[in-house]
Design a binder for this molecule. Structure first.
Ligand code: NAP
Length: 356
């Protein structure tokens, strides 16, 4: 996996302190060295946050690449948020993510990085398109208006990957995960995705003995992937998948869950027994957007055991309860938030080599 210029592979993970970065680090630290998802002998993994370099800024991005000299990049850094944040800050989602992606791909190319996996999202797909979604349908129509800023910025990564390949032969590609959840998610009540928001709300409802109000009708359907499963699939893609066309990383389309089913599971995992309602005055977003994982399964050449939803949700709830004082929960606690969860507090950047 090393580039011709460097014998030691260095995998730079942008967005290394977020939900997916945390999961990648967990997997690379806990899987057997040399196994399919484990660290390879001599390989270094570097996880960086915006504190190390604001990737919207070309000069900071250039210095980051100069400092670590990565041979491979898993590019996760993005302005990320749930439905309501996306609806409120469309220009920020478009502009920040466009700048971040352009800088990362440009300096990856300029410094001779041999492979980049960037993270898209099923939000990139057109609003009006035949289901199930698959990798060939990204550009077939306009995205849903609720997240068009984020969606357009992310789509352009796929366009850029093709342009880098056509002009320079670059090995840049993308992953398209469905909704992700797991430890170290952003549990902000307003700005986060549905699962962390529900977990936090239900936790507070239980603690304060107040009703648990779920935003929206509870009817929309979504596919959810556990962040630790996604991390393994990203590692697979980095090592074993060499094609510019992106791959949807997801559970099967027959595993859609309604928001009500998710809320029921959260109630169960938290052990909440109070009043539980749906606030239908809040937007629902797209009703459903089932995505096919056929390409993924055909390329893996092996069975992949996705963690059962209830078990992954229980682990996520347990992590949130155990880490409430460190978790990203917005301003609800009325104090400055620690952006990094415990695993990341001792140092922002971890170079993992044989001695670590
Ligand atoms: N969460 C989902 O459900 C979901 C679904 C589909 C796709 N995705 C994609 O998956 C990737 C990872 O998402 P996530 O959920 O792990 O996000 P997250 O928890 O919000 O973490 C975002 C990461 O990006 C970094 N970042 C943000 N702005 C930056 C900037 N200007 N410069 C440098 N770094 C910056 C953050 O650094 P700080 O810690 O310093 O803020 C953090 O490490 C993203 O590309 C996202 O679009 C997410």
């Amino acid at each position: 996996m090393s580039s011709p210029l460097q014998s030691t592979p260095v995998v730079l993970v942008t967005g290394g302190t977020g939900l997916v970065g945390y999961a990648l680090r967990h997997v690379i630290e806990t899987e057997l060295v040399g196994s399919r998802y484990g660290r390879r002998e001599g390989e270094q993994w570097v996880f960086v946050s915006s504190k190390e370099a604001d990737l919207r800024d070309p000069e900071q991005t250039r210095r980051l690449f100069e400092k670590y000299k990565p041979t491979h990049v898993i590019h996760l850094a993005a302005l990320v948020g749930g439905l309501y944040k996306n609806m409120k800050y469309k220009l920020s989602f478009l502009r920040d993510n466009t700048l971040i992606n352009d800088n990362v791909l440009h300096f990856a190319h300029a410094t001779g990085v041999s492979k980049v996996i960037s993270c898209l999202s099923t939000c990139v797909f057109p609003d009006k398109v035949s289901y199930p979604l698959d990798e060939t349908k990204i550009h077939l129509g306009l995205p849903h208006e609720s997240n068009f800023g984020y969606a357009h910025a992310k789509r352009m990564v796929d366009v850029a990957n093709h342009a880098y390949k056509d002009q320079f032969g670059s090995n840049f590609t993308a992953a398209i995960p469905t909704n992700i959840f797991g430890p170290n998610d952003n549990f902000d009540l307003e700005d986060s995705h549905v699962i962390p928001a529900l977990i936090h709300k239900c936790f507070l409802a239980k603690r304060n003995n107040t009703p648990f109000a779920v935003s929206g009708s509870g009817k929309p359907l979504r596919q959810f992937i556990y962040s630790y499963d996604l991390a393994k699939l990203l590692i697979w893609q980095l090592r074993e998948y060499d094609d510019v066309e992106p791959v949807i990383l997801s559970v099967g389309e027959d595993e859609e869950l309604s928001i009500k089913q998710v809320a029921d599971a959260v109630v169960n995992a938290i052990g909440f027994e109070g009043e539980y309602t749906f606030d239908t005055s809040r937007a629902d977003g797209q009703f459903r957007k089932p995505a096919s994982n056929k390409k993924l399964l055909s390329q893996l050449h092996d069975d992949f055991a996705f963690t059962p939803f209830d078990s992954a949700l229980h682990d996520t709830v347990r992590w949130f309860v155990d880490n409430y004082d460190h978790a990203r929960t917005g301003n609800v606690k009325g104090k400055e938030q620690l952006r990094d969860a415990p695993i990341a507090t001792h140092t922002k950047v971890v170079a993992m080599n044989g001695s670590h």
